[in-house]
Design a protein around this ligand. Structure first.
Ligand code: XIL
Length: 343
């Protein structure tokens, strides 16, 4: 874990001292927060920092748009590329790498003192065409080379990498992707070991959706993480995408995060968005935020976009800012839940 890494819960005094030493923008927010007169932070990133967490957003190429960029700058302490670090974007043809989108985001984050999540090294979706036709050992070597080159390129700059994304089905079986069919059960472990060699400092995460409670899918992932920890396969975190609806059942959400945390890994909410509006939407956002801050090893939350108008679920208005960059009711719910964790 790097010294900038969020997630260690220390006393406010220690934490603020570490933060001051470590990074400018976050430090300024923390100092304000810890002054005797201020009791609550007024941005998501500032509020999350009070309990040693980040609050991030997925970023698409809209950084030139004034309101987009100012909202991102002000509210979020972490970023992740919505698409720019995926396999199809980074290695469009075999061995030909294109890091332009990812490099731009990493440079932006570095200038602003923000954390970067890496998403995602290996996934069945958004693979370039040339990968989809590979078989056997050729696919294995292509996967290893991709991980080595991409994680190697960004080594030292990524707080957490989604090494493997969405490898399980809802019933807890392995998804029958090209990776699973060609390489067999060992491919996930292989991917993590390869990522560890390429970037020994990043936290290495397994990331998935439909894991918003204790269910067959989260049980299967739990057993995999338990096995990896027992055998020393390098895994540091589990990402819970949390693509939700206003009526999502979150009755075991916190309990589920906690059981993973109890395996000794960090847990992170990685792609949060909630279809709906008003109080119902705000209530789901509140529950998710409260669950994270109730779990010591839940070290950060990322929402899957900045504004409803650019969301992959735009018709469902699932984010914290509307199309005019106004704060929605859900924003207030999240901010309050983050602040209450600090007080
Ligand atoms: C989505 C992006 O938001 C879209 O822009 C893209 O067209 C498809 O992928 N799970 C993931 C993310 O891990 O990478 C996906 O992002 C959403 C579902």
């Amino acid at each position: 874990m790097t010294s900038r890494s969020p997630g260690k819960r220390t006393s406010r005094r220690t934490r603020s001292a570490i933060t001051v030493a470590a990074s400018g923008v976050l430090a300024a927010a923390a100092v304000l927060t810890f002054s005797p007169t201020a009791h609550a932070a007024d941005t998501l990133g500032g509020a999350a920092a009070q309990s040693g967490r980040y609050f991030g957003a997925a970023v698409a190429p809209h950084l030139g748009e004034t309101d987009y960029e100012s909202t991102l700058n002000r509210e979020f302490s972490s970023v992740v590329a919505e698409n720019a670090m995926k396999w199809d974007a980074t290695e469009p043809s075999p061995g030909q790498f294109n890091f332009s989108g990812g490099d731009e985001l990493v440079a932006y984050a570095k200038q602003r003192g923000k954390f970067v999540r890496g998403h995602t090294l290996v996934w069945h979706d958004q693979q370039p065409g040339w990968v989809q036709g590979l078989t056997g050992d050729t696919l294995r070597q292509a996967m290893r080379n991709h991980i080595t080159k991409v994680a190697g390129h960004y080594a030292g700059k990524i707080d957490s990498w989604d090494v493997v994304n969405e490898a399980f089905e809802g019933d807890g079986s392995r998804r029958q992707s090209n990776l699973q069919k060609q390489l067999g059960n060992g491919w996930i472990e292989d991917a993590f070991r390869t990522a560890k060699a390429a970037d020994p400092k990043a936290k290495l995460c397994y990331n998935d959706y439909g894991t918003d409670g204790i269910n067959a899918k989260s049980d299967a992932i739990y057993r995999m993480v338990q096995d990896f920890r027992a055998r020393g396969v390098p895994i540091d975190c589990v990402g819970f995408q949390s693509h939700l609806a206003s009526n999502s059942d979150l009755s075991t959400y916190r309990q589920n995060l906690q059981r993973f945390a109890d395996l000794g890994v960090h847990v992170q909410i990685t792609e949060l968005d909630v279809g709906g509006s008003g109080a119902a939407q705000a209530n789901v956002y509140r529950q998710v935020t409260q669950a994270c801050v109730a779990v010591a090893r839940c070290n950060g939350i990322t929402v899957w976009g900045v504004t409803d108008k650019y969301s992959w679920r735009a018709q469902e208005t699932p984010l914290l800012f509307n199309g005019a960059y106004q704060k929605k009711e859900a924003y207030g719910a999240v901010l309050a839940a983050l602040n209450s964790a600090a007080s």
